[in-house]
Write a protein that binds this ligand. Structure first.
Ligand SMILES: Cc1ncc(COP(=O)(O)O)c(C=O)c1O
Length: 415
């Protein structure tokens, strides 16, 4: 075991102080004590608006800049000013798609996928009103992987943007985003990557992925409700921002319209520092894989490698237990040898029971799981599950234990 789960759990008051089994993690994780403390610290010592010539404002601005540095480390972005904060990933994606639309002309094409959360689909479909054509990459329905042959067929010299997720929030599939980015760039398109469902489980590196933009949400990896956008500086600089006139017109500020939640930004940095501490404590065995990194950048990479190893193990236990249930239909990659290509998110149906009934029965036992489509609308339609209430989704996080998986499986057997 690469993580000491009791050490991990000791950092999460809501996990420690309740009898709840949190398996609703793809919808949002619990937060650490340091994240809670950071809200208080900001509000007690630095509660002021941006750009004032007095100590609280200067402290606030310094905290925001420290948070940019923390996220640049987390994503391995070259510059901290390539990090834009926003209320959530969805809002940031609408902001970016609208900004990018200034560069598009009628007949230009955008590629989205049927695997993605609608937050990486609807903001691009909204550009159809400007004459842009949106193309949709299909999936292989047997294992819910992207149909790469279909992607290559849809890609052309007319493609201007490829919007793709790193991992599916619904069925866990990890997509070959580096390969997609290389093909897209050869065709002259920009790549907008949704890392919301990937960031909690794997090391991230925007330079290795070579994506132009990447978004994630801090509340999916132990932080507060906050969206984070990385963009290559030159692109952020050249893009038009829809902003008020007195606000700064340089990245990242020009995309952060209005007054941001500074306290959330400061608390999100606390989540990153928590992850770095996980790497420092449990990541040593992975350090040799990252000779190019040191300090916090290294600790964040090794933390996520240790997390990946821990969660993969736990996921195998969950998967094997689920398979013993009669009348189970499991969605996505179901081959243990391919579990490095799926996030630890299990999605299934049980014949004769609606997903809602299962989620409600588990919820009554303080076992939190999601049902429905989780906004992965196109996927649920493709699998023909939209009519029948979608599926049940169980998503793991660092703080889940084997005993919790066993409690869930027992509850499922007794339904
Ligand atoms: C894969 C994925 N993309 C995007 C989103 C939207 O993120 P946000 O809630 O930050 O807008 C989610 C939320 O569940 C998600 O899982």
């Amino acid at each position: 075991m690469s993580l000491d789960v009791q050490w991990i759990r000791s950092h999460f008051p809501s996990v420690q102080n309740s009898n709840t089994v949190f398996l609703d993690n793809p919808g949002g994780t619990q937060v650490t004590q340091a994240v809670i403390d950071a809200f208080r610290e900001y509000l007690e010592t630095a509660n002021a608006n941006h750009g004032g010539l007095f100590p609280t404002s200067e402290r606030s601005d310094a905290m925001v800049q420290q948070a940019r540095r923390a996220f640049a480390d987390f994503l391995n972005a070259p510059l901290e000013n390539e990090i834009v904060f926003g209320p959530n990933m969805t809002t940031l994606t609408f902001t970016l798609s609208r900004a990018l639309s200034r560069w598009l002309h009628p007949g230009d094409e955008i590629i989205v996928t049927r695997l993605d959360h609608d937050a990486n689909v609807a903001p691009w479909v909204a550009l159809e009103e400007r004459g842009v054509v949106v193309k949709r990459v299909d999936i292989n329905p047997d294992d819910c992987t992207l149909n790469m042959a279909d992607f290559e067929k849809q890609l052309s010299e007319k493609t201007r943007v490829v919007a793709v997720g790193l991992a599916s929030n619904a069925v866990g599939t990890v997509n070959p985003v580096r390969e997609i980015a290389d093909l897209a760039h050869m065709a002259g398109a920009l790549v907008y990557a949704d890392a919301v469902a990937y960031a909690p489980h794997y090391p991230l590196d925007v330079q290795a992925l070579n994506v132009d933009f990447l978004v994630c949400s801090a509340y999916k990896f132990y932080g507060p409700h906050l969206g984070v956008l990385y963009g290559k500086y030159d692109l952020l600089d050249r893009l038009h921002a829809y902003k008020v006139r007195p606000a700064e017109n340089t990245p990242p500020h020009k995309f952060e319209t209005g007054t941001p939640s500074f306290e959330s930004i400061h608390a999100a940095a606390a989540a990153i520092n928590y992850l770095a501490s996980v790497g420092e404590k449990f990541g040593a065995e992975y350090a040799s894989a990252y000779p190019q990194f040191s300090g916090r950048r290294l600790h964040l990479k090794t933390a996520m490698r240790a997390t990946q190893a821990y969660e993969k193990n736990l996921f195998a236990r969950l998967f094997q237990g689920l398979r013993e249930l009669p009348d189970l239909t499991f969605y996505g990659i179901a081959n243990l040898s391919r579990f490095d290509y799926r996030a630890p998110t299990a999605t299934f149906n049980l014949r004769g029971k609606t997903p809602q009934a299962i989620a409600r029965a588990l919820g009554a036992q303080n076992i939190n799981v999601w049902d429905g489509n989780y906004y992965a609308l196109a996927l649920m339609e493709r699998l023909d599950l939209e009519r029948t209430g979608g599926a049940v989704r169980i998503g793991l996080a660092q703080y889940n234990t084997a005993a919790e998986i066993d409690r869930l499986l027992q509850a499922l057997h007794q339904l």
